[in-house]
Design a protein. Structure first.
Length: 257
């Protein structure tokens, strides 16, 4: 794990000390490293009493907006994070904790040694990038997904069993409002062709709901929020590129979940 967070990163923070002008917080994912939240970063409006918003011991999802590596200073904000970002961060944390628990169950069932556990974790991270992604792909039914990895055979069997038993493929959804305005004479046709051409990976879903010209609701579904965000960002980028090449303009607004 890195020693310092990066700017714009979402972090888990615990309020440790509150002052009239701000609060000192510890960063849960960075060895309880100290960070500071100025009173102006607590809420989008003027605050008379910071205690109306914060209390010592409170657990928060915040956004890092300034990092000074030389001084070891980290400044965080509550007002710069949206509800959708907060939800996705908490979902990511939940996934990490659940994946670790499932991994520990598999290790126990296989009676794995510390060395076998470390080798397996390295192999899974290298192939899948994320431990929960590994369990989800293992549970998809491909019994050969772990072939060729440096994982002890008994642990392979345990990982397959735990994944098949524990993972349910729930769908995560993200929505955006798209305003697509075409200026050419054949604008209606252009809009229709542009929306019809939008594609998503086969394991994901895409729904386009007409709200009344020129507004549409875009809904992307995937097995988790991480993948849904990746897909919906890709759709936005694709539309933005087409807008540059054609005679139309887009406006894009993510909806809070």
């Amino acid at each position: 794990m890195a020693d310092m967070p990066e700017s714009d990163e979402l972090v888990l923070a615990t309020v440790k000390k509150i002052l009239p002008y701000g609060a000192f917080c510890s960063l849960d994912e960075y060895g309880n490293r100290e960070s500071f939240m100025h009173i102006s970063e607590v809420a989008p409006r003027w605050i008379k009493n910071i205690h109306e918003f914060l209390h010592e011991g409170a657990h928060l999802v915040a956004k890092v907006y300034h990092v000074d590596l030389e001084k070891g200073q980290v400044d965080i904000s509550l007002k710069r994070i949206s509800e959708a970002e907060k939800k996705r961060k908490l979902e990511t944390v939940r996934r990490v904790k659940r994946a670790q628990k499932l991994f520990e169950v598999a290790l126990k069932e296989a009676k794995s040694t510390t060395g076998e556990a470390q080798a397996a974790r390295i192999a899974l991270d290298e192939k899948f990038g994320d431990l929960m992604d590994a369990f989800e792909q293992i549970s998809a039914g491909d019994k050969n997904v772990l072939d060729g990895l440096k994982i002890e055979k008994g642990l392979v069997k345990a990982l397959l069993a735990v994944a098949q038993k524990s993972i349910r493929h729930a769908k995560a959804e993200l929505r955006a409002i798209l305003q697509l305005t075409a200026y050419s004479a054949d604008g209606v046709t252009l809009v229709k062709e542009t929306l019809t051409a939008l594609k998503v990976p086969s394991e994901c879903g895409l729904e386009i709901l007409y709200l009344g010209a020129p507004r549409y609701q875009i809904t992307v579904s995937a097995h988790d929020y991480k993948e849904a965000q990746k897909v919906i960002d890709s759709l936005h980028d694709e539309l933005a590129q087409k807008a540059k090449k054609s005679d139309f303009a887009i406006e894009w607004e993510m909806l809070e979940e």
